[in-house]
Structures are given as C-alpha cells and as structure tokens.
Design a protein. Structure first.
Ligand SMILES: [Zn+2]
Length: 289
C-alpha cells in the first residue's frame, strides 16, 4: 500500500517544460526572467455568447490560481492590466524593450477560411489570424498560446492566447455538464476557466504531459472542470523554475553566438516561426446552431 501510494505521488508531481523546439530535449527550455511582472490584458470584446462579463471573471480566476502559487514560492507575478482593444496576437519586434509587448487574451469569433483570401501571403507565414481577426489554426484546438522568445537563450518576451469560438461553446457555469451534441451556455460545455488555467500553464513555460490528472493534459472533454485546479506537478514547476530570490532556471548553458541578438519564434506546427501549443480536442465537436 505504501509503495503504491508513493508511486502515485511521484507520478503526479511531474511536469514537462516547453522548449524552443517542441519535444526536442536538446533545445533550450523557455523561461521568463526572474522578478518579471507578467501583465496580461484581456481583449475588451470578450466573447459574444457568454452571458454578461462572466468570461472576464473566469479568465481572471484562471490567472489568479497560478498567481496564488507564484506568490508562495516564486519570483514571477501575474497581474491584470487594462482591457485592450488590440486583437493582434503577434510579437512586434520594434517594441522596446521586447517585454513591453502586450500579452493578450482574446476570443476569435470566426474562421479564417472564407475570410482570408486564398493566396494571401498570411496563409504561409501564419499571420492570417491577426490580419483578418479569425481562427487560423486547426478546428479541433480549443485554444492556442503563442509564445515569442529569444533564439539565443530562450527567454520569453511575449505570450498571447486565442480561443476558438467558431468550434467550441465557451461556458462559465459550474453545473450541470452539457450532454455532448446539446451544448448551450447554460451547462458546462467548454469551460473558460478550465481552458484558461491550462493555457496560462503554457504561458508560464509548461508543455503538455500525458497524465489525465494534470492541468497540462492536452485533452479536454465536454463538461470538464478538473483543470481549474492545479495538479501537484504544475505547482512544483512554478517553485522549481522560478524560485523566489534566485535566477529563473534554464535547462542548460545558453549557446552564445547563435543568431545573437535576433529574435525568432520556432514551433511545433507546420507554421514556421511560431511556438503554438494547443489545448487540443481530439473529440471533434462542431457547434450546433
Ligand atoms: Zn495545451
């Protein structure tokens, strides 16, 4: 019994860090500089179909859950800034200092297909979403976090979160779970706080982990709320990587001289230059109108 319990504890305290090249353990881990106050700004449009301002509250709660952990043991701070009118989930290399880029959270309300013209250059460089204010990623992903970092040492400067409203009904109620195929905003379909707690994990530098009990498990089913609560592994990440009073932990010594001073984004999808970590839904669900 003791052994079994111990094994469970150890398993549940694991986490995986995001890297410059996803799943490439020879590439560097992403990290925010110690003592950074990460200011996040929610797009003022919110989500059209979520009642009242409940989506804003849900997003604030998700950040608050992480902030509670950070306050206990870590040097980083998450802080809400004023709502923003920007719908540019992009990194602007002309902003000085780089970390002055806005970290934006927004709901995309339509798909890019049919909005962005065929042949537009945005399809090849991954800029359609911000250019035409649309969801440019796979239909099955609930949300995408795009993180921009230094190619020299993997320090993060900017992280933006987009939510996929064309494919998912985002809800904020606590009960009951929706029946699949009959989702409305009056039951739990795709919970905003559940989704956002996972995405803020990406923002902080966490990758997916194949553990059903983890906030960073990449799958979410209709009616799920479990990711609202941080698992022990995700909590441990915060204290391990961003210890209060110390430098943030990198994975190894930075490779100096490689593309020195130039900013780049690399990633895990077919779109070059971006790190995109999806809270994927392998259950393909289309909204019913
Ligand atoms: Zn994810």
């Amino acid at each position: 019994m003791i052994h079994a319990l111990l094994a469970t504890v150890i398993l549940s305290q694991t986490y995986s860090r995001s890297r410059q090249v996803e799943l490439d353990t020879t590439s560097q881990c992403l990290w925010w500089k110690e003592n950074t106050t990460i200011v996040y700004r929610i797009n003022s449009d919110g989500n059209a179909e979520t009642p009242g301002d409940t989506e804003f509250t849900a997003i604030q709660r998700a950040f608050g859950t992480w902030q509670t952990e950070l306050a206990g043991c870590a040097s980083l701070t998450l802080q809400e800034g004023p709502r923003t009118s920007s719908r540019q989930a992009t990194y602007d290399s002309t902003v000085d200092p780089p970390a002055a880029n806005e970290n934006i959270i927004l709901f995309r309300q339509r798909r890019c297909a049919g909005v962005a013209p065929n042949g537009d250059a945005c399809w090849s460089d991954g800029s359609c979403g911000s250019k035409y204010d649309c969801w440019q990623y796979t239909e099955g992903a609930i949300a995408i976090t795009t993180t921009s970092f230094s190619p020299r040492n993997a320090q993060v400067f900017d992280s933006d979160i987009e939510l996929n409203t064309p494919s998912f009904i985002f809800t904020t109620v606590d009960s009951p779970p929706c029946v699949r195929g009959s989702e409305t905003v009056n039951c739990i379909a795709t919970d905003v706080q559940n989704t956002m707690t996972h995405e803020v994990g990406h923002l902080l530098g966490l990758a997916h982990i194949n553990d059903a009990a983890s906030t960073m498990n990449p799958r979410a089913v209709t009616g799920e709320l479990t990711k609202r609560v941080l698992d022990p592994g995700s909590k441990k990440f915060v204290c391990d990587v961003y210890p209060k009073g110390q430098a943030s932990k990198t994975c190894f010594i930075p490779k100096l001289g490689i593309e020195s001073g130039k900013l780049a984004k690399t990633g895990c999808t077919e779109v070059p230059g971006l790190t995109m970590l999806a809270l994927g839904a392998w259950l393909s669900r289309r909204r019913k109108r």
